[in-house]
Design a protein. Structure first.
Length: 262
């Protein structure tokens, strides 16, 4: 499979700085989004550190982990996440000004027809396929845990004051628990990675409709970030969009269908 990716990030309407960070490495098949947290500039430092360590580890260790084999992608991501977590935690312990910093993380690793994903926190990954949208990650947050356990309704969840409290994050402890999954991808699939600046402002239905109308991953990324800002922009906003296609021919076929609304 071939891929074409686009990304856009903005500080939002109500924040003075952008503590999100992202990676788009089409050659390595690596895309990731991190949403930093912490006082002063520490959130920005944490998210950048997570992405940079992750990228370096994967680019240097892909061959050794046998990524093309079953389980190889997950093993590679697990090692990268462990290293990134340790690096951020170590930096926070070494500097009092960085104490308590951390970050969410969502990462997609694509090789051939295989997609490996991993996540920590409440940033999300979506799959758009055959006109439908599916959330591939479960938020690591208090409100999501209550929803999954049936302790709160969807309507009450939207009004809850604990909506931004996450239960897992990179760099706040010596160890971190990430969730992993693996699946096959198909021609025409679109994968979206985003921080909660998107998902707190836009519904899944809006994300789907805009994705189906967009003509490229770059225009889609910018459009959804702009819409999140128009809806209030209460947080930093980052989105990475990945278009999957078998060949140049199928890629242009998809573009023509979008152009003529078919």
């Amino acid at each position: 499979m071939k891929l074409l990716a686009g990304a856009y990030s903005d500080k939002g309407v109500k924040r003075s700085k952008n503590e999100d960070f992202f990676c788009v490495d089409e050659k390595a098949g690596l895309m990731a989004v991190a949403d930093g947290m912490g006082g002063h500039a520490s959130g920005e430092i944490a998210s950048r550190m997570v992405i940079e360590v992750l990228s370096d580890y994967i680019n240097s260790g892909a061959a050794a982990c046998g990524i093309e084999t079953e389980g190889g992608g997950e093993a590679l991501l697990a090692g990268a996440i462990k290293m990134a977590n340790s690096t951020v935690y170590g930096a926070s312990q070494d500097s009092p000004s960085l104490r308590g910093m951390g970050s969410t993380l969502v990462v997609a690793l694509i090789r051939g027809e295989r997609l490996n994903i991993a996540h920590v926190g409440d940033s999300r990954i979506y799959l758009i396929r055959a006109g439908c949208i599916e959330q591939l990650t479960d938020d690591h947050s208090l409100i999501s845990e209550q929803l999954r356990e049936g302790l709160i309704s969807e309507e009450d969840a939207k009004k809850s004051s604990i909506g931004n409290i996450i239960t897992r994050s990179m760099g706040v402890g010596q160890e971190v628990e990430a969730d992993f999954s693996e699946m096959s991808i198909a021609d025409g699939d679109i994968i979206i990675l985003c921080s909660d600046g998107i998902t707190t402002m836009l519904s899944d239905e809006t994300i789907l409709s805009e994705t189906l109308d967009a003509r490229s991953p770059s225009t889609l990324s910018r459009r959804l970030v702009d819409l999140a800002n128009e809806a209030g922009g209460s947080d930093n906003i980052t989105l990475v969009a990945i278009y999957i296609y078998k060949s140049e021919f199928s890629h242009y076929t998809h573009k023509i269908k979008k152009l003529f609304g078919r």
